[in-house]
Design a protein around this ligand. Structure first.
Ligand code: HEM
Ligand code: HEM
Length: 341
């Protein structure tokens, strides 16, 4: 029977599949924007994660057996604790809300713990390899996996329904899992940047935006030059991977006003901090170099003097403190999917 007949190898392999699936789908959830596709991704992500919880009774048999053996278990226990923290923080974020404690949200804890779990998982699995067998590809295993998936999906639906019935904050989150914060009121909008980035000091009077295209001399524009150019105003949602979103009225100059729509290559928008993202040429009409939000100049934290507004893209594309816009021959996919610097 399931629990007694040496289920350990298959349980461990199933956990491996779920860990990898949860980790990968977590990053996909960070990349998608807007419903309904983002809702599908976050739901699948939740189901993979909760699948680990569903397997806990079976794994506890493995753990008890393992702990009885003479060996050092320290890292396995640390691994279990880190995975539990990540799971708990993920569910807390999806039900109770961002729960900001000293500037650290449940989602920060969730993703942070998941990252810490990676080397621990590699260590755990490398020391206890579980060989897959041809028989694992049987109809029987497929049926078990389906049944397990169905149970995990039911748990997910139960958590979502309970969140809705109890009117927990989670019922109000966007398809991406983000919570509304400061729409129409930029001063109430959180200040967050990629974890490698920091808010710089910029002297607006000395500020210059460098615009360059291959084979042409670079154009240097001061802050006031940008203000005198024909601008445009747009109502756009900023959905940050920090777990919040806000809709604001942004004002600024279209990137196409500066570089047109290049025939090929890509457009790189770079910050004074060295942070940068690369965009396809067809995006230049939609991309805005914003100087104002909610009718007032940007604050330092929100990217003063100039930040990018990238409609339909998650927050990490919205380069702040823009220093240069450069047309380059490399294609737009020529960059890591997430910022690394
Ligand atoms: C959610 C993920 C996992 C957690 C929290 C976890 C945790 C643990 C703990 C606490 C132990 C007992 C301590 C020990 O034996 O040193 C253990 C044992 C073990 N784990 Fe994991 N594990 C996970 C996933 C995996 C995966 C993916 C594999 C391999 C593919 C694996 C293979 C094993 C093996 C072979 C044992 C030892 C069983 C024995 O010696 O009888 N585990 N695990
Ligand atoms: C071992 C790895 C991971 C596990 C086991 C895991 C598991 C979970 C679970 C159980 C939830 C709650 C789902 C719910 O109850 O609705 C969740 C939510 C979430 N996780 Fe993960 N996760 C992992 C890694 C990641 C990573 C690496 C990221 C991002 C890079 C991420 C991003 C998210 C987001 C954005 C949510 C909120 C989704 C929502 O509110 O519907 N996760 N995760």
């Amino acid at each position: 029977m399931g629990l007694s007949r040496r289920p350990s190898r298959r349980t461990n392999l199933a956990l491996l599949v779920l860990l990898v699936a949860a980790f990968v789908s977590g990053w996909v959830a960070f990349a998608v924007e807007g419903s309904p596709e983002s809702r599908v991704v976050t739901a699948l992500h939740g189901i993979f994660g909760l699948g680990i919880v569903v397997l806990a009774p079976w794994k506890s048999v493995v753990v008890r057996g393992g702990l009885r053996r003479e060996r050092r278990h320290g890292w396995a226990v640390v691994f279990a604790v880190v995975v539990a923290v990540s799971l708990l923080a993920g569910v807390v974020h999806a039900t109770l809300g961002p729960l900001d404690v000293a500037g650290i949200s449940a989602l920060d804890v969730h993703v942070g713990a998941a990252l810490v779990a990676v080397p621990l998982a590699v260590l755990h699995v490398a020391r206890r390899p579980q060989r897959p067998r041809m028989a694992d590809l049987s109809r029987r295993t497929a049926l078990r996996a389906l049944a397990g998936g169905a149970v995990a999906a039911l748990v997910y639906v139960a958590v979502e329904s309970a969140t809705a019935v109890a009117r927990l904050p989670g019922a109000r989150r966007r398809g991406t899992g983000s919570y509304e914060a400061g729409s129409g009121d930029p001063s109430a909008m959180p200040v967050t940047q990629w974890f490698t980035d920091d808010v710089p000091h910029i002297d607006v009077d000395a500020y210059e935006l460098v615009v360059s295209r291959p084979g042409e001399p670079a154009l240097r524009l001061g802050y006031r030059d940008l203000l005198t150019m024909t601008g445009t105003t747009r109502l756009v949602v900023l959905d940050c991977t920090g777990g919040w979103w806000a809709e604001q009225t942004w004002r600024g100059v279209r990137v196409s006003t500066l570089v047109g729509r290049p025939d090929a290559g890509s457009v790189v928008v770079r910050s004074v901090t060295g942070y940068s993202r690369r965009f396809p040429p067809e995006d230049t009409d939609a991309l805005l170099l914003a100087t104002h939000v909610g009718g007032a100049p940007l604050s330092r934290g929100h990217g003063a003097p100039v930040r990018l507004v990238a409609p339909g893209r998650r927050g990490f594309w919205w380069v702040k403190w823009v220093e240069s816009v450069t047309v380059e021959p490399e294609p737009s996919w020529w960059q890591p999917p997430f910022p690394v610097q």
